[in-house]
Design a protein around this ligand. Structure first.
Ligand code: IMP
Length: 186
């Protein structure tokens, strides 16, 4: 898809290009490979937003990883999280005694990941780390949430692309961009 494509016209600007994403994801894959030598981590993809990041990241990890998927929804408007998290699809496998890496698209207030992390701790994972593609640190309300691996720190703006959506659209944009406020009426 090139930058003249129709869905690119709804972006205010491109924040991270697909080349920058590929480079950072490869770096992160190498880091995880080194950090988990001798282990077989369970990579947990948080659907749907992390799907593209997850698919690219696991292919950069040189370890016998296993994969599992979880779908959650946070109630709220399309551009703001409310803090209430609901599990729509749970993991298929037990994680008792496993080294788990949660793979998420973006950390905003941190409410979603904080909830997820405590849920997986209660299930007896032997370790849990969080890998996030994007981090809006300025918006964090859960102060003690540790995000172990982050590809990009971004400013407080609503972004779409590379898996991230607005109202389920724009996930297929190869780059990550700031959505034009005219799209969501602000
Ligand atoms: P948190 O619970 O406030 O950290 O929100 C995290 C979730 O909100 C993410 O998994 C996304 O689904 C969604 N989200 C937050 N900011 C954005 C954004 O800029 N674009 C798309 N989704 C977002």
């Amino acid at each position: 898809m090139n930058k003249d494509a129709v869905i690119y016209q709804d972006l205010e600007k491109i924040l991270v290009t697909k080349e920058e994403i590929a480079q950072k994801v490869a770096e992160l894959g190498r880091r995880i490979t080194m950090d988990y030598v001798g282990k077989e981590p369970v990579m947990v993809c948080i659907l749907k937003g992390a799907a593209l990041f997850f698919a690219d990241l696991i292919r950069e990890i040189d370890l016998p990883v296993t994969t599992d998927f979880m779908a959650i929804s946070s109630y709220g408007s399309a551009t703001k999280t409310s803090g209430v998290v609901r599990v729509l699809k749970d993991l298929d496998k037990d994680i008792l005694g496993k080294d788990v890496i949660i793979v998420e698209d973006i950390v905003d207030t941190g409410v979603t990941l904080n909830y997820l992390r405590s849920m997986l701790v209660h299930r007896g994972a032997s370790s849990i780390r969080i890998a996030a593609l994007l981090d809006k640190t300025a918006r964090r309300t859960v102060k003690d949430l540790k995000v172990d691996y982050v590809c990009f720190d971004i400013p407080d703006a609503f972004v779409v692309g590379y898996g991230l959506d607005y109202d389920q659209v724009y996930r297929n944009l190869p780059d990550i961009g700031v959505l034009s406020p005219r799209i969501y009426g602000e």
